[in-house]
Write a protein that binds this ligand. Structure first.
Ligand SMILES: [Zn+2]
Length: 283
């Protein structure tokens, strides 16, 4: 192999990269448009001594990773807006391809305050951030996910809403919105009606309940009461905003938690960090 060939490739790439950098702003004088939207802060981590990267979920652009230059300085241009779970008005410059978008402004609109009263509600808030971050891809626009997250954080702040109902609704609606809702009525393997007794068999691997025929030989299944299945189906429905989160009672809390956490773990092929902190929801 000639030693000259890789060098030429490298030189060509260098030339094309610098051309991309220079052309828009200096040569043609075209200004880069800034976008404005509302966002929830999902994750913030240091990038350099003065800057950090934030994963945010926006109302209009889905999930973004933005570079916040100067955010770690004492007098940061973003003030206290970049706290986990804060809702902000943001302005950013969109970068094409895989480059990070640049955050130029973030104005705090609402801080998440549930944690000052109740640790379980604080963890539930962190879980909102974790689950959205895991279940969505960058740039996947879903305004309803933003609405659901805002509604979930708001209800967590008010003691009259049951934290178990809030989390269950959030989990199932997230699954519905990303197109991964389990099958609650029809057998996940063959499609026939799987609910003819007062209990059903759920398989996280199959992605839903199983009929009599298909459950023979199925591994790692959960046997749950049909009433628990009804609750799961009820919380999965499209009109989630109508849900009464104040009058929630269920005798099937352990089963509901087991089904949802196991399903998410299998689907994402990993344990979610916050599941360990939310075990109380199943008691
Ligand atoms: Zn079947």
């Amino acid at each position: 192999m000639g030693a000259g060939e890789p060098e030429n490739c490298l030189a060509r790439r260098r030339r094309s990269t610098s051309a991309r950098l220079v052309l828009p702003s200096l040569t043609l004088g075209v200004s880069v448009p800034a976008e404005q939207t509302d966002a929830i802060i999902l994750r913030v981590y240091p990038w350099s001594e003065t800057s950090c990267i934030a994963n945010i979920y926006t109302r209009d652009f889905g999930k973004l990773s933005v570079l916040a230059k100067g955010a770690r300085r004492p007098k940061s241009p973003f003030e206290a807006a970049l706290d986990l779970l804060s809702i902000c008005r943001v302005v950013f410059i969109s970068k094409s391809s895989d480059a990070l978008d640049i955050l130029t402004e973030a104005k705090l609109q609402k801080r998440f305050r549930a944690g000052s009263r109740d640790l379980l509600r604080l963890y539930a808030g962190y879980y909102v951030a974790e689950l959205i971050d895991r279940l969505t891809d960058k740039g996947d626009r879903q305004p309803e996910i933003f609405q659901l997250a805002v509604a979930t954080l708001q209800t967590l702040e008010h003691a009259q809403f049951d934290v178990r109902a809030i989390v269950l609704r959030f989990e199932l609606q997230m699954l519905r919105l990303v197109g991964q809702l389990p099958s609650w009525k029809r057998c996940a393997q063959c499609g026939q009606d799987a609910c003819q007794t007062d209990w059903v068999v759920f398989s996280a691997l199959a992605g839903g309940v199983l009929c009599d025929d298909c459950r023979a030989g199925a591994r790692q299944t959960l046997r749950i009461a049909s009433a628990a299945r009804d609750t799961l189906e009820h919380f999965s429905r499209v009109d989630w905003q109508e849900e009464n989160l104040e009058e929630y009672s269920s005798n099937h809390r352990p089963a509901l938690r087991a089904v949802v956490t196991r399903y998410l773990t299998v689907m994402l092929d990993r344990k979610l960090q916050l599941h360990a902190y939310l075990e109380e929801l199943g008691r």
